[in-house]
Write a protein that binds this ligand. Sequence first.
Ligand code: AMP
Ligand code: MG
Length: 598
Amino acid sequence: MKIYGVTGWKNNGKTGLMERLVAELTSRGLRVSTVKHAHHAFDVDQPGRDSHRHRIAGASEVLLASRQRVALMQELRADPEPSLDELLLRLSPADLVLVEGYKREGHPKIEAHRAEAGTELIAPTDPLIRAVASDVQIDLDRPVFDLDDTVTIADFILQEVGLAPSSPLSSEGTAEVEECGPSAPPPLRNDCFALPPGVDWTPVDDALEMLRTRLSPVAGVETIPLQQALNRVLAEDAMAARPNPPQANSAVDGYGFAGAVTDGSHRLPLVDGRAAAGVPFEGAVPRGMAIRVLTGAALPDGVETVVLQEDVAVSDGYVSFRGPLKRGANARKAGEDVEAGQLVLRAGRQITPADLALMSAVGLSHIPVRKSLRVAVLSTGDELVEPGHQAGLGQIFDANRPMLLTMAQRMGFVPVDLGRVADDRETLRSVMDRAANEADVILTSGGASAGDEDHVSALLGETGALQEWRIALKPGRPVALAMWQGTPVFGLPGNPVAALVCALIFARPAMEVLAGAEWSKPQGFDLPAAFEKRKKPGRREYLRARVRDGRVEVFASEGSGRISGLSWAEGLVEIGDGACHIRPGDPVRYIPYGSFGL
Ligand code: AMP
Ligand code: MG
């Protein structure tokens, strides 16, 4: 969630500025929420009202609802006042949260100042006060805006939080800021796959760079419980709501005391009681005394150091052991792993089980994620039959569809099965219409070249948005890239080997960007080859490969129809664009299927 603060002394126009900014930003189509800290004597409803009576009677939450608004009142009672971070977690996703007050919190702010109110402006020292909005002109080391110039102040804030409309894609003049917020990503342009004029063969890296720069997330944002977030893409940076560990605690079972001890023997009287994980010792431990502590127990007041239980003798209420022990030995400091407010995971991260552990530990329970990308998959060709059906002469079973559907699924996307389509333009048109309606991206296989029966490229060509990307890649025929009713289409080759390679090399990173994830390069490893190969310059090659005894083996045949090799392999070997002669023992780049998310 993007957060920006408005601070200022009492009567210096803070609330007025908030009010004008909210009006300005919402009029630009942004979803804006606010946080305001109220005086403790303030209350949201009045004595005698029904909701007030529910609260007083002891309801832990009261939801007061009318046609105009819904107010959720959560009773804190004996609980401590929530921190700003905790409060922000209670808000629904918004493009921007404006926070009034909360001067000392770690988000950027603008300070409101009104000389008219009789306040002298003291140059702010806090670097998080990024600008001042004042009714007088003053020279400062940071921008000073006219307090009433809401448009300029709003522009500044949007720039600061990265919500300003980006200029390159919005050459048609005024960009609709409305669609720039994360909850409604801007649509892709129809010409996003256009190649520069005169380009014939495109090197793989150039093709990837074009995809990286032309595409942007199309998936919206929703907030979900952590437990459901595996494989989802984080939509906002995740900040720790509490430190880890939240308080100093013992790393071992043993005895705790204050300070360090020198070389030699020590004997300390034990206090009555003990500290265990989740069952803290309530009192303080006087200096010169020790207490029984167990692993994970919060260190009681007065305890800094722990001696291992294996290293002590306990008798008659005393614990004896030998030094030296440094202060803090065998203890974990509060926040030594993660501090409160610290960035733990960046927006764009695809969430792993370990990420769930981290976010749970730092007190996050609901997180904003991108809606799952819906990936439509369809196969084309008159020759295709469904597995389990009778295959006649000249017919083959559809191999690409189960492969591409499950690839999308493994990548954390929602596969949408659109079946097989015969080589017939009108049927294909109606299936494509359905695909554009139901999915965020469409993967087709077959019919993508320029032959008589290549109906995918012919149909996409009709819309004017087809681009045949002739990528200098083996195996791979031209990849047809197009927009069908605003939905990007990857027209993959029909040969299963080429279909998989093109899907892994091009469609995968592109889909990740559409899904809101960071652009990623699959992690490869340089390992000695167990094969020999000569290659001419001009094309990059991917061979089906696997590692045995630390050496990379390749599948015996490079034939693009050899599906058995795809399954034999556990990854790909990438051989660079130039000429080469690889001999056994030479290092080659091996990319396991796992690096592609398979
Ligand atoms: P195309 O790109 O349509 O010319 O197809 C190239 C080759 O891939 C032909 O031999 C097709 O029969 C084969 N092919 C196309 N689609 C599939 C599929 N879904 N499963 C298996 N083979 C396919
Ligand atoms: Mg075909």
